[in-house]
Design a protein. Structure first.
Length: 291
């Protein structure tokens, strides 16, 4: 990820070097979170998951997005905790309608100017104390993941330690419900095109890139999927990882999803860092700490 326009920027975990490429990924991640905040502010009682997903697509398309790692999702009520999810088709938006006090999650993965992001935004229509608590309790997970990646622990071990923390907090691990139980997956550049087809909601070119990573990684003993299974029993692989710890409690779910940068640097602060600390959930925790 070298570049001739590298800059050093200070984060909550110390100064890090951002290449022009990393700034490109950060820009599209911020665009996706801006979309999530804008759409969340427009949600009203009676809006369906499908309508909320369409609102995300239209907002991003108006700003030049023509390709996707995956199309936007929206989950309302107990679907934020993936209640009863058994097959992949259950992840797709439904006609579930939003009600006052109901939690929701917006999840989108746009590709813009060749850079990709995959984000998750949790909120509720009015007050929801349970989800508020879940969001607050996600904070130590972000710190734990970064700390243990910097310690170069195997991804499978980190996954298990995140799950142990959830159990101590009294919560269920809902990213276990994702395909392969993943907590994260690698992200890569995507060649620019005006339009790219999707298959089952996922961008064809992004899927090809993930498949290429999987083949390459298999030969070298690593996987682009961060899971609780043996194929993730390896040290953190340099690259960009979209990480999404997902808590569930009695039919309510909450998560964040953002890019973690992993490098081969021997400097602990440079070896792994969150791409951006100016994100809604991070600002929320900063305000809570200051209160």
């Amino acid at each position: 990820m070298a570049g001739d326009t590298d800059t050093r920027e200070r984060t909550a975990h110390g100064p890090v070097r951002l290449t022009a490429e990393l700034r490109g990924f950060r820009e599209v991640q911020r665009l996706a979170y801006e979309c999530a905040e804008t759409v969340a502010a427009q949600l009203r009682p009676g809006v369906t998951e499908r309508e909320a997903a369409r609102m995300q697509r239209e907002w991003l398309r108006e700003r030049g997005v023509r390709d996707w790692f995956h199309l936007p999702f929206a989950w309302f009520g107990d679907r934020t905790a993936f209640a009863g999810f058994r097959i992949p088709l259950q992840f797709f938006p439904t006609n579930r309608r939003l009600e006052p006090g109901m939690p929701f999650i917006l999840d989108m993965a746009p590709v813009h100017r060749g850079y990709a992001a995959d984000i998750g935004y949790s909120g509720s229509l009015g007050l929801n104390p349970v989800q508020d608590r879940l969001m607050s309790d996600l904070r130590p997970h972000r710190a734990l993941i970064l700390e243990q990646v910097r310690e170069r622990r195997p991804l499978r071990e980190i996954y298990e330690n995140v799950e142990r923390l959830m159990t101590r907090q009294g919560y269920a691990n809902r990213h276990r419900a994702y395909p392969f139980g993943v907590i994260a997956h690698k992200m890569d550049r995507v060649g620019e095109r005006r339009w790219s087809p999707t298959v089952f909601g996922f961008g064809v070119r992004s899927l090809r890139g993930l498949a290429s990573d999987a083949l390459h990684g298999h030969r070298e003993g690593w996987s682009p999927l961060w899971s609780p299974y043996r194929f993730s029993d390896h040290l953190p692989q340099p690259g960009l990882w979209a990480v999404e710890p997902h808590l569930g409690f009695r039919g309510t779910g909450a998560k964040f999803e953002e890019i973690l940068v992993v490098t081969d640097s021997r400097d602990p602060e440079e070896s792994a860092f969150w791409l951006d600390d100016d994100l809604p959930h991070v600002r929320r925790w900063t305000e809570e700490k200051a209160a």
